[in-house]
Write a protein that binds this ligand. Structure first.
Ligand SMILES: Cc1cc2nc3c(=O)[nH]c(=O)nc-3n(C[C@H](O)[C@H](O)[C@H](O)COP(=O)(O)OP(=O)(O)OC[C@H]3O[C@@H](n4cnc5c(N)ncnc54)[C@H](O)[C@@H]3O)c2cc1C
Length: 502
């Protein structure tokens, strides 16, 4: 593309994940000439989106609302669920963020969640019921109980979501430029966005556009920014997803006058396999996650419990659990299960190599053999498990509900799903911290327009997805990330196209 005219686009979208493509497709549907910039190579394209479990949190009144989305790709007879209303979704956002989530942005996210999933289904994204994460199959029950609010996922998960979005973009004649890193936002003398400076295979150049949509993810893969914003211990954690989300366009937006918003010292970080690679690998995608801990006893290298494993269902605690593990020595913990709880493990645990034993003493010996170099404290470990077993109260264990079967007198207590570790075989899975994405970012308004510190939109600048702030603080309800990116991606693309046409 040497011709200067062909280098000008109505809308340029930075990034090639879920947030970016929902924006690109919506802008194209408005008749805009759209270009997508992807920093990664064609082989490694697709951002965090490609790594996801494909779960989208949305509102629904019951199966009746989900059948038109799943469209014969799954069997509704095999599942049950509770309705997930507007009030439920808003309450979840408020509850897990300690009341900090921006009410206007939350309102748009919730109100447009269902219609956006339907829009994606109409575009060609194929859906199924989410039986994999947070769902429960009770022994002997015919139906799977789907997680509250997280009942849907893309069939084939993030890998297929990503390939579908690339295909839809190609079919819509949206060119994608690979190995092209956006670096700087170009503004006209009147402050309106006029283009973006990029560095690609042909070197540095400026691409002109009528509107720019930023969808280049958080800064979680940048150890320098992690250290600066999250704190020193975060520089060494493993990154669950793409290595390309390093925050340069977040910085570029701030340099253009965008308002920084949200919890810049916060992030989504989960327990992952202690042997997981330093950055996400596409052969494993999200399979290193270790989220069955509510049914486990979690103990650190010093032999201490440090958290209420059963505070809530995993989709409401997993995103903050990484931070708890980071505070433990060597950021390492063991999740201990026995014969009663092992059947409840997510299938993702198959990618790990647990330590197995017929007694707790043998388990302690084996852990000491394997983790001796980390000074695992075997005697304290056994003392903790003994105290835990003694503190477990009678009651009915029910993984399908917050069963209130708890311990009493421990610090901290386990407040749901507390069963004694008394049925061999025992298994211990070692877990560490994997960062998923950062919570702080650029402030947008309900139109997905980037605003300055006076809350005035910067003309021609829009943003969506992980690079926006103000949605999530301290914690996050599972499946809200993809939903946020798609809701505001669609809004950003539509408004960017209209803005570009003046
Ligand atoms: C293992 C894993 C599992 C997950 N599972 C779920 C789930 O099931 N449900 C859910 O809601 N969320 C999930 N998430 C969170 C998920 O990451 C986000 O919700 C969502 O994928 C983010 O989409 P995005 O488009 O904002 O960012 P991304 O998908 O990360 O896209 C960012 C894009 O920007 C590109 N880029 C970065 N910098 C530049 C630049 N300077 N120039 C050009 N391009 C650039 C990147 O290469 C990438 O293509 C998961 C995350 C991980 C890591």
């Amino acid at each position: 593309m040497q011709d200067a005219e062909r280098e000008a686009f109505d809308v340029i979208v930075v990034g090639a994940g879920n947030a970016a493509f929902t924006a690109a497709l919506a802008a194209r549907a408005e008749g805009a000439r759209v270009l997508v910039l992807e920093k990664a190579s064609q082989k490694l394209r697709g951002g965090n989106t490609r790594f996801t479990g494909g779960i989208f949190r949305c509102t629904y009144n019951g199966l009746v609302d989900l059948i038109p989305i799943v469209r014969g790709n799954d069997n509704p007879e095999t599942v049950t669920l509770d309705p997930y209303t507007r009030a439920d979704f808003l309450k979840d956002l408020e509850r897990v963020t300690g009341g900090r989530a921006d009410p206007a942005l939350s309102g748009v996210l919730v109100d447009r969640s269902y219609e956006t999933v339907r829009w994606l289904a109409d575009l060609g994204v194929v859906w199924e019921f989410n039986r994999a994460v947070g769902a429960v199959t009770l022994a002997g029950a015919a139906k799977v109980k789907l997680p509250f609010g997280g009942a849907l996922r893309v069939k084939g998960e993030g890998v297929v979501l990503s390939s579908t979005l690339f295909r839809l973009a190609e079919e819509a004649d949206i060119p994608i430029r690979y190995e092209t890193q956006a670096q700087r936002i170009i503004t006209a003398p009147d402050g309106r966005v006029a283009g973006v400076e990029v560095r690609g295979p042909e070197g540095a150049r400026v691409l002109n556009c009528g509107a720019l949509v930023l969808a280049s993810g958080g800064f979680q893969a940048n150890p320098e920014m992690r250290t600066a914003y999250l704190g020193p211990n975060w520089s060494l954690v493993k990154v669950r997803g793409t290595r390309f989300n390093t925050g340069e366009m977040t910085r570029a937006a701030l340099a253009t006058g965008a308002q920084g918003y949200g919890e810049w010292s916060g992030c989504h970080a989960t327990p992952i396999d202690a042997d997981a690679p330093t950055y996400g690998e596409l052969r494993l995608t999200d399979k290193t996650n270790r989220l069955s801990y509510p049914f486990s006893v979690m103990v650190n290298l010093d032999g201490d419990r440090f958290v209420d494993e059963g505070e809530d269902f995993n989709l409401y605690t997993y995103a903050k659990m990484g931070r708890e593990i980071l505070q433990q020595r060597s950021a390492t913990t063991f999740q201990i299960f026995d014969r009663k709880t092992l059947p409840l493990l997510e299938t993702r645990y198959n990618t790990g190599t647990p330590v197995t034993a017929e007694s707790l003493i043998e388990l302690a010996d084996r852990l000491a053999e394997r983790y001796g170099s980390l000074s695992f404290r075997k005697a304290d470990f056994l003392k903790t498990l003994e105290a835990y077993n003694a503190a477990v109260q009678e009651g009915v264990f029910n993984p399908d509900t917050l069963d209130g079967k708890r311990t009493v007198g421990l610090r901290p207590d386990k407040t749901n799903w507390a069963t004694r570790l008394d049925a061999p075989p025992f298994q211990a899975y070692a877990a560490t911290v994997g960062i998923t994405f950062t919570f702080g970012g650029i402030r947008i308004n309900a139109d997905a327009a980037v605003v300055d510190y006076l809350e005035r939109p910067i003309p021609g600048l829009f943003a969506t997805g992980e690079m926006t702030g103000g949605f999530f603080y301290l914690n996050y309800p599972g499946g809200a990330g993809l939903m946020r990116g798609a809701v505001f991606g669609r809004i950003a693309g539509t408004n960017a196209a209209r803005c570009a046409r003046g």
